[in-house]
Design a protein around this ligand. Structure first.
Ligand code: P6P
Length: 335
């Protein structure tokens, strides 16, 4: 058995330039995961944290009480760290500059969706926390600026998620592969359970909200038809699996193979998911595990962000499946 803490220290040697700051940040994210795990597991019994908060978040979506709870816990854990200079969150319109002596001299910024898929909590479906870590580009000794947050995904130094499912798992990468840790509640520690995860090059599962079929671009419709055709040699028809929780769908596809697609539609002309704290971290993980992530046309990690909450279409998962879906998008891109 190896704990997450031991693993982080062991791998710290891979980053002489990091001198342990990254380890400190990952440790604070581990703490956040434990706190959210504790409260999600009692959500059904605690009216204070289930249901709507009665306010809308910056996305114009009903903010669940647990969204706000997870956001506040994450911000509190990160602002207490010497290594973190600022925080960008789905739940807050603007980024938060930790404008203290400690924050101004810190090297890293964090972007996060503190609780993704939270509308599922009331019906006991798995949800997740997604995080993305960058080295700041503004001068040390100053408060971070928006530019520190609008870096392309290939500049990430770390990314990961916590999935609060039948078990709670933390999966992350620092650019040297992907590793998964399962929370042992009896010991209160995350234990290495999935070392050096590699996503199968092919899968038999596709995840998309087919209720939006009529709103999809032609390339997506053609790819769905391809998925549903009989062809034993390529194990088709594939199976449709859509949980409505990105982290859960992604996690299953990461371990078993598959593709998750949230494309543009007439309802979401730019896609629904957010580039900075959903698309980029999932794309970094997918590529580090041998998979791919595109917006239907280009590599997600190459997109130059212009806004904190900008949306992106997302095709992510098994390499051959993302390549095939992207080929349909390119073939039918004008339809
Ligand atoms: P829809 C949750 O709101 C989320 O951001 C992802 O976790 C999930 O995959 C997707 O949106 C679900 O969206 O439109 O299919 O309900």
């Amino acid at each position: 058995m190896k704990t997450l803490g031991e693993f982080i220290v062991e791998k710290q040697a891979d980053y002489p330039s990091a001198k342990g700051e990254l380890s400190g940040i990952l440790s604070s994210i581990r703490l956040v995961a434990k706190v959210i795990h504790r409260d999600i597991n009692k959500a059904g019994l605690n009216n204070d944290i289930i249901g709507n908060s009665g306010i809308e978040n910056v996305q114009g979506e009903a903010q669940m009480k647990l969204d706000a709870f997870a956001h506040e816990k994450m911000k509190a854990a990160l602002i207490a760290r010497d290594e973190v200079a600022g925080f960008g969150s789905e739940e807050e319109e603007n980024f938060v500059a930790f404008d203290t002596e400690r924050g101004r001299n810190a090297k890293y910024i964090i972007l996060a969706d503190p609780l993704d898929g939270s509308s599922n909590i009331d019906v006991n479906v798995a949800v997740g926390t997604i995080f993305s870590i960058y080295r700041r580009i503004s001068p040390i000794g100053t408060a971070v600026t928006l530019a520190d947050f609008l870096q392309p995904g290939h500049k990430q130094v770390a990314a990961g998620y916590i999935v609060y499912g039948s078990s709670t798992m933390l999966v992350y990468t620092t650019g040297n592969g992907v590793n998964g840790f399962t929370y042992d509640t009896s010991l209160g520690v995350f234990l290495l359970s999935h070392e050096n995860i590699k996503i199968p090059q092919n899968g038999k599962c596709y995840s998309i909200n087919e209720g939006n079929y009529l709103k999809f671009p032609m390339g997506v419709k053609k790819y769905l038809k391809y998925c549903q055709e009989e062809d034993e040699s390529s194990h088709r028809p594939y199976t449709s699996r859509y949980i409505g929780s990105l982290v859960s769908d992604f996690h299953r596809n990461l371990l078993k193979g598959g593709i998750y697609i949230y494309p543009t539609s007439t309802h979401y002309p730019l896609g629904k998911l957010r580039l900075l704290y959903e698309g980029n971290p999932m794309a970094f993980l997918a590529e580090q595990a041998g998979g791919l992530a595109s917006d239907g046309y280009q590599r997600i990690l190459d997109i130059e962000p212009t806004e904190l909450h900008q949306r992106t279409p997302l095709f992510v998962g098994s390499k051959n499946m993302v390549e095939k879906a992207t080929s349909f998008m390119l073939e039918y891109q004008n339809q």
